[in-house]
Design a protein around this ligand. Structure first.
Ligand code: GLA
Length: 399
């Protein structure tokens, strides 16, 4: 048993042409494409909506939207995702362009991400036929939804010829689509890295100013291993919103605009004066310490201090488990198993939590051993991906 190989972009494109031909017969071939990668966050969890720092990287796993204009006022989209249960939900969606009929949330659910981006796009959209293919595991906490939004936006840029010069605007439209059409009050990290990722680099994003800095990760002696727990606890959506409310409550109590401006000293004083209850105290403590950890982590990574970086990853997980309380038994088990193996520098849950994936920094020559150990102890059919930092969104105006 070893790491899972996912389709490369070239393989997805090849399958995409066949899939298009099957669903839109008539001989016209796709001539435009948008690509959006998934992401993994190295450190800086639940800090983006607190105006803090995050340090994600774009993944080699991508979503592509491939198609062409169809000279009508109708958009016709079909997804090849094998994760869609076709007995419950169609893999095909058809809707009028927004200048004919305003778009609204509906079924199939996956199409809401596409509609959301089209509804928020900067100019008039034209009718098109398109297929969607993805190598980002769905619902695994690797931002399959952000990758779909960014692929859609990039495809619309390709067919309209209206390319966004300010990339931050593209990020915000995709985030807005998720808020309005998927009802998920996410922060800005996922869409930001999916648009802005650069090969060989993680990205330190200041979610207050939206300034960002590349942090190289090129040492071939180490690599990042993603382990998918194969667990998705349904309570996660409500819990994400609840954490946001708790952080807002903490900033109100501390009299700051966001937890970015709070310090541990303020927080401890508020606790000692009986102004803050234990739950809100713990939530704020995680965010305040995680923002500091993330800044330090970016610094040590750029200096090649992987040992220290791994320690910070471990601290981040412990804080998410004990103070922010968004881990779960399965993620804790995966992290514990990995940490026991000599040559593992650090391991933590990544993303929103309550399931999804862990990210582990390992010495290259022991990765198979880590995979074997986890496989023999963890019983929920884990999946493993060795990933290197990859590039962000791409627009293809000819194929
Ligand atoms: C989800 C959200 C992000 C971020 C993470 C937690 O992935 O989409 O904006 O808040 O959770 O760090």
């Amino acid at each position: 048993m070893s790491v899972t190989q996912t389709d490369t972009m070239e393989e997805l494109i090849k399958k995409g042409f066949e899939f298009f031909d099957k669903h839109f017969p008539g001989g016209k071939k796709p001539d435009k494409m948008g690509v959006g990668p998934g992401r993994v966050n190295l450190i800086g969890e639940h800090t983006d909506y607190n105006e803090g720092y995050v340090l994600p990287m774009a993944l080699p796993m991508v979503t592509i939207m491939l198609g062409r204009t169809n000279d009508t006022d109708t958009c016709r989209v079909v997804t090849a995702s094998s994760d869609i249960d076709c007995a419950k939900e169609s893999n095909y969606a058809e809707f009028k362009i927004p200048s004919i009929k305003p778009l609204s949330v509906g079924v199939p659910k996956w199409a809401n991400y596409v509609k959301g981006v089209i509804a928020c796009f900067q100019s008039i959209v034209v009718g098109f036929d398109a297929v969607i293919l993805s190598s980002v595991p769905l619902g695994g906490g690797l931002s399959s939804s952000a990758s779909l939004e960014v692929a859609t936006y990039s495809f619309i840029e390709a067919i309209t010829g209206n390319k966004t010069t300010q990339l931050v605007k593209k990020v915000m439209v995709c985030q807005n689509a998720e808020h309005m059409f998927a009802g998920v009050p996410c922060g800005i990290m996922d869409q930001f890295i999916s648009v802005m990722g650069v090969d060989g680099h993680a990205l330190l994003i200041d979610c207050k100013t939206l300034q960002h800095e590349l942090v190289p990760f090129t040492d071939t002696n180490y690599l990042f291993l993603i382990t998918n727990s194969n667990i998705h606890h349904e309570l996660s959506d409500g819990q994400y919103q609840l954490r946001r409310f708790q952080c807002e409550e903490a900033s109100d109590l501390l009299n700051v605009t966001s937890l970015r401006s709070a310090t541990l000293d303020n927080l401890n004083r508020a606790r000692d004066e009986g102004k803050i209850n234990l739950v809100i105290y713990k939530r704020a403590k995680h965010v305040i310490t995680e923002i500091e950890r993330t800044k330090t982590a970016a610094n040590v990574l750029s200096q090649g201090d992987y040992k220290k970086f791994g320690e910070l990853m471990n601290e981040s997980h412990n804080s998410l488990r004990d103070d922010f309380e968004v881990s779960c038994r399965e993620l804790d088990q995966l992290v514990e198993l990995a940490r026991k193996v000599p040559g593992v520098l650090g391991s933590r849950m990544t993303g929103g939590g309550f399931g999804g994936c862990t990210i582990t920094l390992v010495e290259r020559n022991i990765v198979d051993l880590v995979v074997d150990i986890i496989n023999s102890e963890y019983k929920q059919d884990p999946k493993f991906y060795v990933v290197s930092p990859s590039c962000g969104a791409k627009i293809f105006t000819s194929l």
